[in-house]
Design a protein around this ligand. Structure first.
Ligand code: ADP
Ligand code: GN1
Ligand code: MG
Length: 372
């Protein structure tokens, strides 16, 4: 079934979910790689328009029941904290709109799963850094998000994707994909395969530190792309962290690293002209300053020391995941052109190379900011 076919029964979802007002329209929305996202408009009795986000969850990747249980638990925990500090929980955390029979998601007649959220008005999610200040504010928001969840009971969380950022396991999966070569694409990407193989030793560095107790396991977001945070149009502050599908126990250095991978790149993730791709050290510094502020002193010395490595490993892992998906026939990430995953992989590897060149400078920046 294509994605378009899987979304064919969207009207059933619109009918089943307890939206307020009279239905007007829907349109495709956003640029996420995993779910199918729609903006849905309703009209209230007074004539005003109310918007919602409606998503077809990717049930090939996630178990929808477990996913929604996690999201409801995390958002109600955050809601309570935000209320206590006088914030506005309707804008500062995600809010699930239940179905008319009180469930957090809906399964339609062709087996697609749907969920809806309040649409956060007056805020923007960016696909590319336009102003360094936005990137800084996104870092404060992601750091604060992690800090807010520091006393969340991690044992009630389902591991929505097992071994999500287990880089050595990702490496094994990659090697299997090369071996099987189901689409006969491996010979055309030998250079990229060699790039990964040369870095075999890098794969285990962070996970070994976790296993040895040198890095703590925290409740982390695990998908800290700039477009997974809403920036308030008026105040310019990071308003709400979104895309909570992968909130699970994880490493703070990976939350940091994934943001750098995406936002401190001088080019977009799928840029074809690789000469445009590099690590912007100024943006790295902005993000690091914001993240340290948001984490509010909670990072250990080892975490601080490993932030630059976290950035490199997240970039390497992500490039390897794109390449794996290309070899497997583009079965995981949404693509919009035939070699999309390969283009994405190449930007990540170019960025890894530049990070290797700039590694000492990244360490210097963290030292200066943290005083450690
Ligand atoms: P994916 O998992 O596919 O990345 P996301 O949950 O990140 O899906 O949603 C895709 C995009 O939709 C986001 O990047 C953001 O632009 C927009 N979006 C998602 N939820 C909301 C919301 N509650 N309010 C406003 N925009 C949203
Ligand atoms: C996916 O869902 P989205 O687009 O925010 C992916 C991330 C990758 C990212 C690469 C659940 O994020 O892990 O880093 O694409 N999310 C999942 O852009 O696999
Ligand atoms: Mg997203």
């Amino acid at each position: 079934m294509t994605r378009a076919e899987a979304c064919a029964k969207i009207q059933e979802a619109i009918e089943a979910i307890d939206f307020k007002g009279e239905y007007i329209s829907y349109k495709q929305y956003g640029s996420g790689h995993i779910n199918d996202t729609f903006l849905v408009r309703f009209q209230r009795e007074d004539g005003s328009i109310i918007k919602y986000i409606l998503q077809r969850m990717n049930h090939h990747i996630f178990n929808p029941a477990q996913l929604m249980e996690n999201i409801c638990n995390v958002t109600s925990f955050l809601r309570e904290k935000i209320e206590k500090t006088g914030g506005n929980p309707d804008r500062e955390t995600m809010n699930v709109i239940p179905t008319k029979d009180g469930k957090s998601y809906f399964k339609d007649s062709i087996g697609s799963y749907w969920r809806a959220y309040i649409y956060i008005e007056g805020a923007t999610s960016f696909d590319k850094v336009e102003k360094p200040e936005d990137f800084y504010q996104s870092a404060v928001a992601f750091g604060r998000f992690q800090n807010l969840l520091s006393d969340f009971k991690a044992d009630i969380l389902h591991e929505t994707i097992v071994d999500f950022h287990n880089t050595p396991k990702r490496f094994e999966t990659f090697k299997e994909a090369v071996e099987k070569d189901v689409c006969s694409r491996a010979s055309s990407v030998q250079e990229e395969i060699d790039f990964v193989m040369k870095r075999a030793e890098d794969m285990k560095v962070c996970m070994e530190m976790l296993d040895n107790g040198d890095l703590p396991l925290r409740v982390t977001h695990n998908d800290t792309k700039l477009n997974n945070v809403m920036i308030d149009n008026e105040t310019g502050k990071g308003l709400c962290v979104i895309d909570l599908d992968t909130v699970m126990p994880g490493l703070s250095i990976f939350d940091f690293g994934d943001s750098i991978r995406f936002g401190a790149n001088t080019a977009v993730e799928d840029e074809k002209d690789l000469s445009k791709v590099s690590l912007d050290l100024n943006l790295f510094e902005q993000y690091a300053a914001g993240f340290l502020e948001g984490c509010n002193g909670s990072l250990t010395d080892n975490e601080l020391k490993m932030l630059p490595i976290g950035a490199k490993i997240m970039t390497l892992e992500c490039g390897m995941r794109f390449l794996t998906d290309y070899l497997q026939g583009d079965v995981y990430f949404n693509i919009h052109r035939p070699e999309h995953n390969l283009d994405r992989c190449r930007t990540q590897f170019k960025l890894v190379e530049d990070m290797e060149v700039k590694m000492d400078q990244m360490h210097e920046i963290i030292k200066e900011l943290s005083g450690k």
